[in-house]
Design a protein around this ligand. Structure first.
Ligand code: ATP
Length: 273
């Protein structure tokens, strides 16, 4: 029922400053989503109609979910708390005929009730794939419902729908027309400069920061890594540093007294990780 649908709470520390690279996307989202939400009066004064939907596409681990979360928090900085709803296609897809459509309608109703809202659909292609003739009644009907829901949104910028996908071509083209998902942002693999920025962001939360030179070298050596890859590389390198500094802890489960200052992640730890 409507009561069961709840927005998720995003860690309020996450903002655009946590994103490495993707600066053009951030600027674009400020104009398309943040400004219409927080300067609503200006957009109304000039009869501007903000976008209803944005598609984030690109390889896994490139920051699509992270940017959506950051966006929800940035919109909330204007004073009005934004409700952030997240659905994976698998959560919505239901084996009972008509139930997925009902879930979708409830979700949009709730988002309107709790506006301003952002609805984030992860794996959008799984939910609204290209319709393939009569055989696929289930998806056809979900696509139709999604189209109706998006057309039914007023274009005031207070309910925004974001869809993420690794396969943009698998999304039904009717959803990619103006007035629906108007804007498509491609999330590429990070460049050398982006990787350095991501490494700095991830390790800046540590008490013992690795040396700058270490991060610069590492950024050069990690061509092809996504943000998610860099994030897990950093986590693993902590264990490597611990192992190198205090190998004796592997020999006992007793808690030994460690000098925390001495546990410093070096390039060799990243390379072993
Ligand atoms: P998927 O398609 O698999 O859902 P995604 O594009 O949504 O992937 P995220 O879940 O946002 O990727 O990324 C996973 C993690 O990787 C993030 O929580 C973050 O720690 C890190 N990460 C990815 N991209 C970036 C980035 N551009 N800046 C900083 N951290 C990043």
């Amino acid at each position: 029922s409507l009561e069961d649908i709840k927005p998720i709470v995003v860690d309020s520390g996450i903002g655009f400053h946590n994103i490495g690279g993707l600066q053009e996307h951030i600027d674009c989202l400020r104009e398309m989503v943040v400004f219409p939400m927080i300067y609503r009066d200006v957009f109304e004064m000039f009869e501007q109609h903000p976008a209803k939907g944005v598609i984030f596409h690109g390889p896994p681990g490139t920051g699509k979910t992270l940017l959506a979360r950051a966006l929800a928090n940035e919109c909330s900085k204007g004073g009005q708390k934004v409700s952030f709803f997240v659905r994976k296609s698998a959560d919505v897809l239901c084996k009972w005929v008509g139930e997925s459509e009902r879930q979708l309608r409830l979700l949009f109703d709730k988002a309107k009730e709790m506006k301003p809202s952002i609805i984030f659909f992860d794996e959008l292609d799984g939910l609204v794939p290209v319709r393939s003739g009569k055989q696929d009644q289930v998806h056809n009907s979900i696509v139709t419902t999604m189209l109706a829901m998006m057309d039914g949104l007023e274009n005031r910028g207070d309910v925004i729908v974001i869809g993420a996908t690794n396969r943009i071509d698998s999304i039904d083209p009717a959803l990619r027309r103006p007035g629906r998902f108007d804007k498509e942002l491609y999330f590429p693999l990070p460049t050398d400069k982006d990787r350095l920025q991501i490494l700095r962001i991830v390790t800046s939360k540590w008490k013992n920061h690795p040396e700058n030179e270490t991060l610069v070298k590492l950024a050069e050596e990690t061509v092809g890594y996504t943000g998610a890859d860099l994030n897990s590389l950093c986590s693993e390198s902590v264990l490597q540093a611990l192992n190198r500094t205090y190998p004796q802890i592997y020999k006992t489960s007793k808690r030994l007294l460690l000098d925390l200052e001495k546990i410093l992640v070096k390039l060799e730890d990243f390379e072993k990780a």
